[in-house]
Design a protein. Structure first.
Length: 280
């Protein structure tokens, strides 16, 4: 027996007739619909943390799956421009401005799976749009869960880099504070540079205070554990992947942003040591 999900995807194939109802399958997608689907998926891949080569390759494959004659894709960290020639020899273009992006592995996995199914089965626009909306409305972790994960990660790194159990325990509170601080700065739409500096400053001060009251023993280990939460690791990795793929502009943009973020984090912790370092 065919599942409902499988039926929906098979219904998208062109020139097929539903054997139960005798109705004609959905009409072939227009060039505008193909472009909209492709750039929607490419945009969300970029927003979720995918590297530029993956974004461009996904858009290219979706266009090829629907018989697009030519497709020209230009993508950097903040913009996607796609121009294609339809089967009717018409040229159409769409542009998407990327204002912010982060890391969402769940969404990346679902978008990759969706793009593969599109290339394999060529479903209708309605089916793709329905699946796309499901991905956008996917599950998110509650603030409490995120604070707990930040806390456990900071504690684990503090112990990993040479701290004792007391240092790990103290790092739990500072890690949760970092997540709360980031939530607060995001709520007031603070610029990333100032957010990174202030968050590092606040967490650095918190690291010193937990040692001052006797909760932690080695402030350096506690700071290292919490610095790891703010290091732009995915951004740095994507910059090197862009370099390897030949996307020099995107690689330079990602690398520059990663370096600026790292400098901001360092400045914040240095300022905290300058302000309260004499307490220890």
């Amino acid at each position: 027996m065919i599942s409902r999900k499988t039926f929906e995807w098979k219904r998208g194939k062109k020139e097929q007739t539903d054997q139960k109802t005798g109705t004609q399958a959905a009409d072939p997608m227009t060039g505008e619909e193909v472009l909209t689907c492709a750039i929607n998926i490419g945009e969300q891949l970029l927003v979720s943390g995918a590297e530029i080569s993956r974004v461009e390759d996904t858009i290219q494959r979706i266009c090829n799956a629907y018989g697009i004659r030519q497709s020209h894709i230009f993508s950097i960290a903040s913009c996607i421009i796609v121009t294609l020639e339809t089967k009717e020899r018409q040229w159409i273009t769409q542009t998407r401005r990327i204002l912010s992006y982060g890391t969402d592995m769940w969404k990346l996995d679902r978008l990759n799976d969706l793009s593969r199914r599109i290339c394999a089965t060529q479903p209708s626009f309605e089916v793709i749009d329905r699946e796309y909306e499901k991905i956008l409305k996917g599950p998110t972790y509650s603030p409490a869960v995120q604070c707990a994960v930040y806390a456990m990660t900071a504690g684990a790194f503090a112990v990993f880099f040479g701290g004792n159990l007391w240092d790990g325990f103290a790092s739990l509170f500072v890690g949760a504070l970092i997540r709360v601080t980031l939530y607060a700065f995001a709520a007031i739409h603070m610029k990333a540079i100032f957010s990174n500096i202030l968050c590092s400053l606040i967490s650095g001060i918190a690291c010193i205070l937990v040692c001052y009251i006797g909760l932690g023993r080695h402030v350096e280990m506690i700071m290292i554990g919490n610095i790891m939460l703010l290091i732009p690791g995915v951004l740095m990795t994507n910059s090197f992947r862009d370099f390897i793929s030949g996307d020099m502009i995107s690689g330079l943009l990602h690398f520059s942003e990663a370096m600026i973020t790292a400098v901001c984090v360092a400045v914040g912790f240095i300022m905290s040591k300058m302000l309260l370092g004499g307490m220890l």
